[in-house]
Design a protein around this ligand. Structure first.
Ligand code: ARG
Length: 276
């Protein structure tokens, strides 16, 4: 109860602060909805490294089995979120999933074109903490190689893409409103990389989670309106042409004062298994 009140107050303060800093016109289309929330249609021809994770056995035909996003960082190597492969998400152990596939080269999940490539090996970070979401990264090895041009480089530590204020884009087929309105075709939203201090303040522990700058980064807008949402997990956050994050968690979606939290790619480059 007191926590809710506290959140409401900090949210209101954030709004006041943001209103003083940001011209209102720049958020005029925030109410439109989109991936991702506040997004617009995106196309795999422009972002060929975005993939959908699919299992029709677990999630049915209606959305081609899509349940998470992913991103190709090498011809046979796709990154996604560890929580996407958890028993909690799949209902079974990932090892017993017979039809785990990556959908590539296709905007509309039920459209023609593109390919569905079986996953040969799935490695979820054994250090992933499902309570705090720290280390939320998994590596999929594909049975067939993607074209070299379909991969995005990863941003190492010190990359300018991590600087607060950098404009980034998040991609996915997830919920576009926060009310289970799942996108049938790929969408992307522009978000700003936020300072760690703002994320630590937004997520200081308790009910809505704890921000850990050593493994996470956060992005969004102070007024909310632009964010990833359910179903976007594991999908890419790209800045300056490099991968900086994977959709991981957040308190609700696109709420003022509750930015999206991403797996920080630079923190994982050292320990993730190499390209297959
Ligand atoms: N955990 C969610 C998923 O599995 C992603 C949530 C992201 N939330 C956010 N507000 N950015 O799809």
């Amino acid at each position: 109860m007191s926590r809710t009140v506290f959140r409401a107050v900090t949210g209101a303060l954030a709004l006041v602060a943001a209103a003083a800093l940001i011209p209102l016109g720049s958020h005029a289309w925030a109410a439109e909805g989109g991936v991702v929330i506040g997004g617009q249609p995106a196309h795999v021809k422009d972002s060929p490294w975005v993939v959908a994770l699919s299992s029709r056995d677990r999630f049915g035909e209606s959305r081609a089995g899509q349940f998470c996003g992913g991103v190709a960082v090498a011809p046979k190597k796709v990154l996604t979120a560890a929580h996407c492969l958890s028993r909690a998400a799949l209902g079974v152990d990932v090892a017993s999933l017979r039809d785990l596939r990556v959908i590539t080269g296709r905007d509309a999940l039920l459209g023609a074109g593109g390919k569905e490539i079986p996953v040969r090996e799935a490695w979820a970070n054994p250090g992933f903490n499902p309570i705090t979401n720290a280390g939320d990264l998994a590596v999929l090895t594909l049975a067939e190689a993607l074209p070299e041009k379909s991969v995005v480089p990863m941003a190492g530590s010190g990359d300018a893409g991590y600087a607060p204020g950098t404009e980034a884009a998040v991609y996915g087929w997830g919920d576009t409103t926060g009310n289970n309105d799942y996108a049938s075709s790929l969408r992307a939203a522009k978000v700003s990389v936020l300072p760690d201090a703002a994320c630590a303040q937004a997520y200081s522990g308790g009910g809505s989670g704890t921000y850990d700058a050593s493994t996470m980064l956060c992005a969004g807008e102070l007024l909310g309106g632009y964010d990833a949402c359910q179903g976007d997990s594991g999908g890419p956050l790209v800045a300056r042409g490099r991968l900086i994050g994977l959709v991981s968690w957040g308190d609700g979606c696109a709420k003022a004062g509750s930015p999206g939290v991403y797996t920080r790619i630079s923190a994982a480059i050292g320990w993730m298994p190499g390209a297959g």
